[in-house]
Design a binder for this molecule. Structure first.
Ligand code: ARG
Ligand code: ZN
Length: 446
C-alpha cells in the first residue's frame, strides 16, 4: 500500500495522498489535485463484455506533485501520459499511481491520459450491494454510488471533487449508450454507433453513467424548456410509461418547491436489471433497475437538487441526500391527494423502539454498510418533518430553497444545514437536530 503523502517536501514535489480521508471510504478520492474535466472515450462490446477506454483527465495541482493517484479498480492499464508525455505508473489495489516525467508545479493545469481495457468488474459495497459497471443480458447498468465509478474509468472518486464531463461511447449498431447531460451527436458507421454526450455542470464521479443496452428512446422538450431523453428497456416499457409520463410535472413541481432545476437536461434510464435492487440519481438522468413507480421518480428527481447539485462532503452526511429525497416523496403524496407528511411521520413514529428504523441516528450511520438503511432515509425525512413543525411552512420551504441555492454545484455538511435552518428561522434548533440526527435510539415525541 502507498503511504499517505504530504505537501511537497522539496522542489521536486510530494506524492498526492491516495485518499481524501473519508472515514467510510478512506481510499476514495485522492489528494494533491482537483479535476476540471473528464473526457471519456469508451467502446463496449456486450457480447464479450469488453470495455476499451481512453480517459483524458484535466486537473489542477494543488501542491507540487512528483506523483499522484487516480482511483481505478480492475481493468488493464495500457498507457498513461501526462501532458502528452509518457508517464510511469504502477497499481496498488484501487490506486493507479502516476509519476509524470517532470514534477508538476503547484497551481499547474495538467492533462492525464489513461488508455485501458478489459472486462469491468463491479465493486461490492460494505452493505453487499453491487455498484459500478454491472453487466446485464443486453449491455451494462452503470451506477456508481458510492464507489463504483472506479470500475469503469480512472477518477478522483470522491464527491468533493466535482467536474464537467464529456463522453464518446461506441457500441455495436442496435445498442444505445446513455450518459449524463445532453446528447451532442450520434452516428453509425461500419456497424457501430457512437454516442456523444456532454455534462457541463459539475458532477461527482459516482453520478456518472454510460449505460448500454437495447433501449427504446423517447425525446422531447418540456414546456419549461428542459430537453428530456428517456431510454427504456422494451421489457419494462409498459410498466414504466405512467411514471415516466409524469417527468415534466415532477420537474415543475420540484422547481416550485426547491428552486430552479440545476441542470440542462433530464430524463430516465429504465433497465431490466432487477438483481441490482436499487435506482440511482445519476445526474440529469436517473437510472432504474426496473419500471419505477411515481414515488421513485419523485425521489430520484429530488436528488438532482439534493445530492447531485448540492453534494455531500462526507458519506456520513448521506441523510442530506436520502432524507431530503424521501421527504420529497412525502410532500408529493401530501400535495397529490395522499397522506400528509405529518401523517407519514406519525406512521413511522408508531414503530416500536426495537424497529431497525431506530438502529442509529441519521447523521451518524457509523460505517459504510449503513449508508442506505432506513435510519438515513426515513428517519432523515422525519428529522425534516420535525424541522417543518418547529419553524412552520414558510420558513421550512425557504430553508429548502436556500440550501439548494447556497450550495448549488458544490457541497454541504450537516452542520451547515443546521446553521442555515437556525439563521433563516431565527430559532434555536440544536436540541431538535441533536435528537433526530445524532442521538441513538428512538427519539421521544409527543
Ligand atoms: N441513492 C440511491 C437512491 O436512494 C441508492 C443507491 C444505493 N446504492 C447501493 N450501492 N446500494 O435512490
Ligand atoms: Zn435516494
Amino acid at each position: 500500500m502507498t503511504t499517505v503523502g504530504t505537501a511537497a517536501a522539496d522542489s521536486g514535489g510530494g506524492h498526492g495522498a491516495p485518499g481524501q480521508g473519508d472515514p467510510y471510504f478512506p481510499l476514495s478520492g485522492n489528494g494533491g489535485y482537483t479535476v476540471r474535466h473528464y473526457d471519456l472515450d469508451l467502446g463496449y462490446e456486450p457480447a464479450t463484455k469488453k470495455l476499451t477506454g481512453d480517459a483524458t483527465v484535466t486537473a489542477r495541482a494543488g501542491q507540487a506533485l512528483a506523483a499522484f493517484d487516480l482511483d481505478l479498480s480492475g481493468l488493464t492499464v495500457n498507457r498513461v501520459r501526462v501532458d502528452g508525455r509518457t508517464a510511469h505508473w504502477t497499481r496498488h489495489g484501487q490506486e493507479l499511481v502516476v509519476t509524470p516525467p517532470h514534477a508538476l508545479r503547484k497551481g499547474a493545469t495538467f492533462r492525464v491520459d489513461v488508455a485501458y481495457s478489459g472486462v469491468p468488474q463491479y465493486v461490492t459495497d460494505p452493505d453487499g450491494s453491487a455498484d459500478g459497471w454491472i453487466t446485464t443480458d443486453d449491455g451494462a447498468f452503470v451506477a456508481g454510488e458510492p464507489q463504483g465509478a472506479m470500475s469503469w474509468f480512472p477518477s478522483d472518486n470522491n464527491p468533493l471533487d466535482k467536474a464537467s464531463y464529456s463522453f464518446r461511447v461506441t457500441v455495436p449498431a442496435g445498442y444505445t449508450a446513455v450518459c449524463n447531460g445532453v446528447l451532442d451527436a450520434q452516428h453509425t458507421r461500419g456497424g457501430k454507433t457512437t454516442f456523444q454526450w456532454r455534462q457541463d455542470q459539475p458532477m461527482a464521479s459516482y453520478l456518472a453513467t454510460a449505460t448500454v443496452g437495447r433501449f427504446d428512446v423517447q425525446r422531447y422538450t418540456t414546456a419549461s424548456g428542459i430537453p428530456v431523453y428517456n431510454a427504456v428497456d422494451p421489457r419494462e416499457a409498459a410498466g414504466a410509461a405512467p411514471a415516466l409520463a409524469k417527468i415534466p410535472e415532477i420537474l415543475d413541481w420540484e422547481t416550485k418547491l426547491f428552486g430552479p432545476y440545476p441542470f440542462s437536461a433530464a430524463g430516465a434510464i429504465v433497465d431490466d436489471a432487477h438483481d441490482v435492487g436499487y435506482a440511482l440519481e445519476t445526474q440529469t438522468r436517473p437510472i432504474y433497475d426496473r419500471a419505477p413507480d411515481v414515488s421513485t421518480v419523485v425521489h430520484e428527481t429530488a436528488h438532482q437538487w439534493f445530492g447531485d447539485s448540492v453534494s455531500l462532503t462526507s458519506w456520513k452526511d448521506i441523510w442530506l441526500n436520502e432524507g431530503f429525497a424521501t421527504y420529497a416523496e412525502w410532500l408529493w403524496q401530501e400535495q397529490h391527494g395522499g397522506d400528509t407528511a405529518q401523517a407519514t411521520f406519525d406512521h413511522y413514529d408508531g414503530l416500536p423502539a426495537t424497529d431497525s428504523l431506530w438502529d442509529f441516528p441519521s447523521a451518524d450511520p457509523g460505517n459504510g454498510a449503513n449508508i442506505f438503511a432506513s435510519p438515513v432515509y426515513t428517519r432523515g425525512a422525519m428529522a425534516l418533518q420535525e424541522l417543518r413543525d418547529a419553524v412552520g411552512d414558510k420558513d421550512f420551504f425557504a430553508i429548502l430553497k436556500a440550501w439548494a441555492r447556497e450550495h448549488r454545484y458544490g457541497n454541504g455538511t450537516t452542520g451547515q444545514f443546521v446553521a442555515l435552518s437556525e439563521h433563516l428561522s431565527g430559532k434555536h434548533l440544536g436540541t431538535l437536530f441533536h435528537t433526530w440526527l445524532y442521538t441513538a435510539g428512538k427519539p421521544a415525541t409527543s
